[in-house]
Design a protein around this ligand. Structure first.
Ligand SMILES: C[S@@+](CC[C@H](N)C(=O)[O-])C[C@H]1O[C@@H](n2cnc3c(N)ncnc32)[C@H](O)[C@@H]1O
Length: 257
């Protein structure tokens, strides 16, 4: 997405990110809209949001577009996606702050540019954490989200023991929506995006740093829906509910009392 010696077209990088993410989740825009309706109904139209695992800012930019008086702090520890987001979107008139931190690790909140948020939001990111990371994250959020503020997580949140019917339906509906493409094809789109990023001269330093950090990535299965629910309750959140659902794609809501 850049010619030799030319500065990259950062918006094209962001658009390509959105396309490959939509491949995995054709309901992605509907899920964003549902989250914004929930936000507006809970905290109004003027609020400070914390975007957890923001990547290149797909959630934050849509949120700031819909709510012109809102602000967002976009946290991610991947230097490549953060750089693309920063270059493509900038600060949206001072309303968007990019932040490098590793969620779920001790001390990640210490230097955040603000100490109180009306809402913590996330899409397609927290499945990267493991059980202890999720518990640490929610304990920290309990100190960051103001009383009456909310948490919203849109992600694939599978139950611990799905029935065989559920698993079959989830698999078959996924196949219908891919319209002939296999799941392997979707992963090819993801890998191809990252292969291009690895070849982009303007991203060389960020890519090298990404590789160094990737070595510390946790392995093992993603936490179940039940793990998320229990960790939120234990951290002091209340009204923990699935408020939107498309098979295993869910929005989990919680409120700070
Ligand atoms: C699939 S992307 C989703 C990005 C964006 N939220 C979206 O919906 O397009 C997941 C993001 O979560 C980030 N992430 C995963 N674990 C993280 C952690 N422990 N701390 C910070 N970011 C993390 C990854 O670096 C990646 O950018």
């Amino acid at each position: 997405m850049s010619g030799r010696g030319r500065s990259p077209n950062w918006q094209a990088w962001l658009d390509a990110w959105d396309r490959q993410q939509e491949g995995f989740n054709p309901q992605r825009e509907r899920r964003f809209d549902a989250m914004f309706d929930l936000l507006e109904a809970s905290v109004g139209r003027r609020f400070a949001a914390l975007d957890l695992g923001a990547g290149p800012g797909s959630l934050s930019v849509r949120l700031l577009r819909r709510f012109p008086r809102a602000t967002s702090v976009a946290v991610d520890y991947d230097p490549v996606t953060r750089r693309i987001g920063r270059e493509a979107l900038g600060t949206v008139g001072g309303r968007l702050t990019w932040w490098d931190a590793k969620l779920g690790t001790p001390g990640w909140t210490e230097a955040l540019p603000r100490r109180r948020f009306d809402a913590a939001v996330s899409t397609t990111a927290l499945h990267w954490l493991r059980g202890s990371g999720v518990r640490q994250l929610y304990r920290d959020l309990a100190g960051l989200v103001r009383s009456g503020g909310i948490f919203l997580n849109g992600d694939r949140l599978a139950p611990q023991r799905p029935s065989s019917t559920w698993e079959r339906l989830d698999r078959n509906v996924g196949a219908v929506r891919r319209r002939g493409r296999s799941r392997a094809d979707l992963w090819k789109g993801w890998s191809e995006w990252w292969r291009r990023a690895a070849r982009e001269p303007a991203l060389r330093a960020e890519y090298r740093e990404r590789e160094r950090r990737a070595a510390q990535h946790p392995t093992g299965p993603s936490p179940s829906l039940e793990t998320h629910r229990a960790a939120l309750r234990r951290a002091g959140f209340r009204d923990v509910e699935v408020v939107w659902q498309d098979l295993d794609d869910r929005i989990l809501y919680a409120r700070r009392p």
